[in-house]
Design a protein around this ligand. Structure first.
Ligand SMILES: [Zn+2]
Length: 407
């Protein structure tokens, strides 16, 4: 290097630094784009299934409302999805089974109808195969143990139909497990509830502990031979909601290999919003129960009505604005607590009220970019985007093989 060139260096540096600043920002965006579109991006909770039963919805077309369809999944790089099988938790016995089967059939038929874009996935390997073929992997999770109708054989039948996780309860207690949003009735899991968890292990169905009471969570954790998944829950340390997990619960979940999949619902991620909403609407659970009645159990209607009410209250200044960046705060909190191997994404799209900036699944690359800006490595981001869930599925598959071999 020539000395006379170095003399002019400070001025040149200022110029270069000025020029580099915006280029740096673009570089991170480009890196985020490459990472997003080469990774398996697996969202573990989407209530889109309810929309299959409405006339104006088409999975294959871009819809003006809602959060998920194939064009927007393609745009956001979301290439694996757990369609939620959900019915109101107060429906029990044979009618619950029948309604669950209606929904399982609707998912399977939609996947067949759009087989150029989608593939039904039963295993982690299936998800990887779908990704290699440029297809979206469609998975199913039963959101509420009430849908087995107190008949343990349904666990096996659901497994055969392709169900890969089951949430032990929804908003209400089942006859064998307590919910976080109901009065405790069983002190966690009953003996039959424990039997259900063991049968789920045997069938390779991942045990989902979102929605359950804290005691049900600890009971399931003690019984399950495979790691647990919280398919759509956030961090109670940042937003004190019973649907979220305390730091102690997240640590216990992670210690046994499990993963918390962060939920984007505004009242689960932002304390100020939750407090204001509780004050205005008498609590989300109470309001949901009224809407459930008025909407005749149609979750798409419930979600639409909830959004309308929340938009009205926000416009009137009664509810604070919530930025999508709160999602990143929850991911970051959980990662700092237990490491990047135990955190993932469980949006609750089409079943929850999204924060500003995360209007639908096409906005997902923002999460990857924000994590890069916070200094996350590519490999940690890939884990959060989907690899952690695949690991939990693989472990559930291994436990299932071992248990079935012992028979
Ligand atoms: Zn839910």
């Amino acid at each position: 290097m020539h000395r006379n060139r170095i003399v002019a260096l400070p001025a040149v540096c200022v110029l270069i630094a000025a020029a580099i600043q915006p280029a740096r920002a673009d570089e991170i965006s480009e890196r985020a784009h490459r990472l997003q579109f080469s990774s398996i991006v697996l969202d573990t909770h989407d209530d889109t299934t309810q929309r299959f039963f409405t006339k104006d919805y088409d999975l294959g077309k871009q819809n003006p409302t809602g959060h998920v369809d194939i064009p927007r999944m393609r745009e956001g790089g979301m290439n694996a999805i757990f369609f939620s099988i959900w019915i109101d938790g107060r429906i029990m016995g044979p009618p619950a089974i029948q309604k669950a089967l209606d929904q399982i059939d609707a998912v399977r038929e939609n996947v067949k109808k759009y087989s150029k874009d989608m593939m039904l996935a039963r295993t982690a390997d299936d998800v990887r195969r779908a990704h290699a073929q440029g297809k979206i992997a469609a998975l199913m999770g039963v959101e509420g143990g009430h849908m087995i109708g107190n008949d343990i054989r349904m666990v096996r039948i659901f497994a055969d139909l392709g169900v890969r996780y089951m949430t032990l309860s929804h908003f209400y207690n089942t006859e064998w497990s307590d919910s976080s949003t109901d009065k405790p009735a069983h002190n966690g899991l009953t003996d039959f509830g424990k039997e259900v968890v063991r049968e789920m292990n045997r069938q390779g169905i991942v045990v989902d502990i979102s929605h359950v009471s804290d005691k049900t969570f600890y009971d399931a954790l003690a019984i399950s031979k495979a790691p647990l998944l919280a398919s759509h829950s956030s961090c109670r340390a940042l937003c004190n909601h019973v649907r979220d997990m305390s730091d102690d619960m997240i640590k216990a979940l992670a210690a046994k290999g499990g993963v918390i999949q962060i939920n984007y619902e505004k009242s689960f991620i932002d304390q100020a919003y939750k407090d204001a909403y509780d004050k205005e609407a008498g609590g989300v659970v109470q309001h949901l129960s009224e809407l459930t009645k008025n909407c005749n159990n149609d979750e798409a209607c419930i979600s639409r009505e909830m959004s309308k009410l929340q938009e009205k209250l926000t416009a009137e200044g009664k509810l604070p604005h919530v930025s999508w960046e709160r999602i990143i705060d929850h991911i970051d909190h959980a990662v700092k607590l237990v490491g990047a191997d135990h955190v993932g994404l469980g949006s609750d799209f089409d079943g929850a009220d999204m924060p500003e900036g995360m209007e639908d699944c096409s906005k997902l690359p923002k999460i990857t970019e924000a994590l890069l800006r916070r200094g996350y490595s590519d490999s940690d981001i890939r884990k959060i985007l989907g690899e952690n869930t695949l690991r939990v599925m693989e472990q559930a598959e291994r436990v299932s093989r071992e248990m079935q071999a012992q028979k």
